[in-house]
Design a protein around this ligand. Sequence first.
Ligand code: FES
Ligand code: FE2
Length: 345
Amino acid sequence: MSPVGATGLTMTNTHPALRRCWHPVARSNEVSSNPIRVLLLGQPLVLYRIKGAVVCFADRCPHRRTPLSLGSCDGETLQCAYHGWRFGGDGRCVEIPALGPGGSVPSQARLIPMAAVAERSGMIFVAPEQPIAPLAVIEESEDPAFEMGELPAMRARASIGLLADNFLDMAHFPFVHRGTFGADEAAEVPRYEVERDGWSFTAHREHPFANREDPGVAQGIRPLVQSRRLTYRLDAPFHLYLRIDFVEAGGSNVIGFFLQPETDESCRIYTTLWRNDLGGDPDAMAAAIKFEVAVLEEDLRVQEAFDELVLPLDQTMEIHTRSDRSTLELRRLLADLVVAADQPA
Ligand code: FES
Ligand SMILES: [Fe+2]
């Protein structure tokens, strides 16, 4: 593992190392047997379901390069919209109508596969080539005590690395989030620990905050100023998780932040909430989603303003302080990933 990123090294949205990583490409509920086109690392992909299982290929027919997402799926095979070639779930061409019944199919008539496709935490993930790091699990997404709420997917002109950096950043709240939760936040960031574990790291922080939503405050059971424990986790490359535990009032909020690098200039952002403190109240979840959309819009106002859509991995290109320990670890981990991606799979 390299302590310092190589000189001038940056992470772009389409860095070749990202081909050997898992990425989100859609929400589960966006994918049916009807083929759809998504963009990943500058490459168009087609996604659809066969008997419920998601399949993914390059969105290009091997015959005349027509986007396969124009075609249709009969539940077993995908039919290209141009000359009607049919492809099975393994990508092999099984029928060429112009050759008539029994016509022989060229052996190279097959779709370009992805190394791995998975469905987890309400999302579809794809690794174009053999992934270096495993696909992360959000345990709360499989815990029936937690209800899930999904923000509308958003598209931004942004750097995927800078968006991850922003999610992990602990010093921007009173400045960027003045209009939502930041007004009560202290500017000083207390010391916190960052623990690296393979292709992941976590950062823990506990701090006082004004719990204005706690009914126990109005009832005089608990004080207004309570403690909140924050656990941030990044799993390579950009699978982000934040768990907030309310120490006195109880209850936990989890935010999953999934970033899809579409092109050098574009990302699609999926934010999902898991909460165990809303008692099944749909209005409370709708309010929580609305609030998180406002928070994300505050972040995007800054992130979309960057001129250069890259995350520097060379640590000499920026200034780092002790309040930036988690975002510095992001740069180290991604620099290590770039080195690992150069080794044979
Ligand atoms: S381009 Fe797809 S069948 Fe001809
Ligand atoms: Fe933020």
